[in-house]
Write a protein that binds this ligand. Structure first.
Ligand code: ASP
Ligand code: MG
Length: 624
């Protein structure tokens, strides 16, 4: 007999008939000998409707009253589902978040769960009752017992948190899609259902998967090792399992990480190769990394920054012992990369140059808590700046920010970052290779990615994000503290930054060395970000600020790409074959993202999806 937490989304309980169908499934699961806690969302689009009502009264409702309002939706569906179960003869009781004892921070509209009191739950379960819990809501730990909500889509988080607190055998998320797909089937009709995905991959795919599974739910599943499955409410198909590495013991108190960062990692066995001023046209990255891969060199970070005029800078890191080979490959390929196209008269070859740097280290902060929380990257940059450490390269992904710094600064960087983000340092593995520091009670962030590559396909899923805008900040003085100030400024405006890239190229302006910094933000924040940055331009000493909303970000994600040369080359080649120009590249261990023109976005997604053999013949139906 298993203890199972099932969660049903809004569509699954969208009508009386559907609630009855859910009751049938719950009833069957109990009859099969299981104990059941069921978490439900509000019916259909109820929550949206409530938000609309509030906005009809005021454009700026109090967050406390919003919680009071939005939490009512779930109270309707739990009562109805309990009644439907009673009609089937199944003992059941509905409980609000407060009645269950889902205790949260007092942050209205985005509270995190601190702990769940399980006494009452267990009492009902022991009596053979199904406990039907209102998702998305909790009660504050303060004396005033305020009703809180966890943020839109938060019922997933309620369900997985309950599974963790009750030490349930697994948690099932029932929804209106058959599981997690390799990409968006509305854009790529031959997208396929995944049978499984690791929680780390799922987090990096947040922009693809967030609608199916709340990232905070994935984070809890990873931290507590809760097996999680996403399945269709309409069928008995198995769905997609989200698998996590075995967790390290971790207290249930402070259940949701209130900290945004749960690991500080570093790697001193890296060296950097930069190609400066190579032509800005399709195929350049593909040829370069194709050649690197054919020499069997494994590349870690890759960044390509924004460019002025018609040239780009591309930089990448390799292990120190492959630096010479990588440098030779880069030098040998420059003439081919720079060959003028027919009718072109750029003096590309003269301008291009290869630079290498051996004494570098990569420091990374990681944690799902940074998703949607402005200011985490800024805090990393300012922490490094306060220690007088200059940042040479920056590359970001959904759940990581990596900085390349001088190797001699590495120990100091780790110490100050661990302190700033309250992470305890504990090396995972000794030796020349990869070492990491992390919170001792957190599961090893590298456990999944260091598993044999054969276990994981190199690429699990491909995502397209058309909702971002690119900001370019020109001629930023190259001294500690600049990135910190710039991203603090954006964080103060509550603007979340996604990709951040600092260019390799230095330019001397009025006797001062400068670099360009580019980043992406949500399209709706683009203008606000530009204005905020422009206002500070003369004070901070940088040049022009440009915003471009006509961009698309395509990303591939897969734990199997670690230690497998050639994955980046395959992605870039797929784009080159479509004559799609890459504007920016940023990578993390298990993710590679490229910015392309917005008009090329869908074609880019389709080409990359096909290039990694993710297409299949099964037609997946999803609601519009
Ligand atoms: N009803 C809430 C929402 O629509 C929570 C959820 O469904 O997960 O955001
Ligand atoms: Mg949802």
């Amino acid at each position: 007999m298993a203890l199972i937490v099932q969660k049903y989304g809004g569509t699954s309980v969208g009508s009386v008939e559907r609630i009855q169908a859910v009751a049938q499934r719950v009833f069957r699961t109990v009859k099969a000998g299981n104990s059941l806690v069921v978490v439900v969302s509000a019916m259909g689009k109820t929550t949206d409707g409530l938000v609309k009502l509030a906005n009809e009264i005021t454009s700026n409702p109090s967050r406390r009253e919003m919680d009071m309002l939005l939490s009512t939706g779930e109270q309707v569906s739990i009562a109805l589902l309990s009644m439907a179960l009673h009609r089937l003869g199944q003992p059941a009781i509905s409980l609000t978040g407060a009645q269950v004892g889902i205790v949260t921070e007092a942050e209205h509209t985005r509270a995190r769960i601190l702990r769940i009191e399980t006494d009452r739950l267990n009492r009902h379960l022991q009596k053979g009752e199904v406990v039907v819990v209102a998702g998305f809501q909790g009660i504050s730990a303060t004396d005033d017992l305020e009703i809180t909500t966890l943020g839109r889509g938060g019922s997933d988080t309620s369900a997985v948190a309950l599974a963790a607190a009750l030490q349930a055998d697994f948690c099932e998320i029932y929804t209106d899609v058959p599981g997690i797909l390799t990409t968006d089937p509305r854009l790529v009709p031959d997208a396929q259902l995944m049978t499984e995905i690791t929680s780390d991959e799922m987090l990096e795919l947040a922009s693809l998967g967030a609608k199916v599974l709340h990232p905070r739910a994935v984070e809890i599943a990873r931290n507590y090792g809760i097996p999680l499955v996403v399945r269709s409410s309409w069928t008995d198909d198995p769905g997609t399992w989200v698998i996590s590495p075995p967790p390290k013991p971790r207290p249930l108190e402070g259940l949701e990480l209130v900290r945004p960062v749960d690991a500080v990692e570093f790697d001193t066995d890296q060296a950097k190769v930069s190609l400066l001023r190579v032509p800005d046209r399709p195929g350049v990255a593909a040829r370069l990394f194709g050649e690197i891969a054919s020499q069997d060199l494994d590349v870690d970070l890759i960044i390509q920054s924004i460019h002025e005029g018609n040239s780009n800078d591309i930089a990448f890191t390799v292990t120190k012992d492959s630096l010479n080979k990588a440098e030779a490959v880069a030098n040998a390929i420059i003439p081919a990369l720079c060959k003028p196209l027919l009718g072109e008269s750029i003096p590309a070859l003269d301008a291009a140059e290869v630079m290498v740097e051996q004494q570098i280290a990569k420091v990374t902060i990681s944690g799902a808590g940074m998703i949607g929380r402005p200011g985490v990257a800024a805090q990393m940059f300012s922490t490094l700046a306060d220690a007088g450490i200059n940042i040479q390269m920056i590359s970001t992904s959904e759940v990581k920010v990596s900085c390349v710094i001088a190797q001699e600064d590495c120990d100091r960087a780790i110490a100050v970052l661990c302190e700033a983000f309250e992470v305890t340092s504990s090396p995972v593995s000794e030796g020349t290779g990869y070492r990491a520091t992390e919170l001792d009670i957190a599961p090893s962030a590298s456990a999944v990615s260091s598993a044999p590559a054969a276990l994981h396909p190199p690429v699990r899923g491909v995502a397209l994000d058309l909702k971002q805008a690119r900001l370019a900040i020109r001629q930023v003085p190259d001294r500690p503290g600049m990135a910190a100030k710039i991203f603090k400024l954006l964080a103060d405006q509550n603007i979340s930054v996604d990709m951040i890239i600092q260019s390799q190229r230095c330019r001397v302006v009025n006797g001062m060395t400068t670099r360009d910094i580019a980043c992406t933000v949500a399209q709706m924040d683009g203008e606000l970000a530009r204005l905020a940055l422009e206002k500070a331009a003369s004070e901070l000493g940088y040049g022009e600020v440009l915003v471009d909303a006509a961009i698309a970000k395509v990303s591939i994600v897969g734990s199997g790409m670690v230690g497998q040369p050639g994955v980046a080359a395959r992605m870039f080649t797929a784009l080159a074959e479509q004559h799609i120009n890459i504007q920016m590249i940023a990578t993390s261990e298990i993710k590679i993202s490229c910015l392309v023109a917005e008009d090329d976005g869908v074609r880019a997604l389709q080409a990359i999806h096909a290039a990694f053999g993710l297409s299949g013949s099964q037609k997946i139906q999803v609601p519009a």
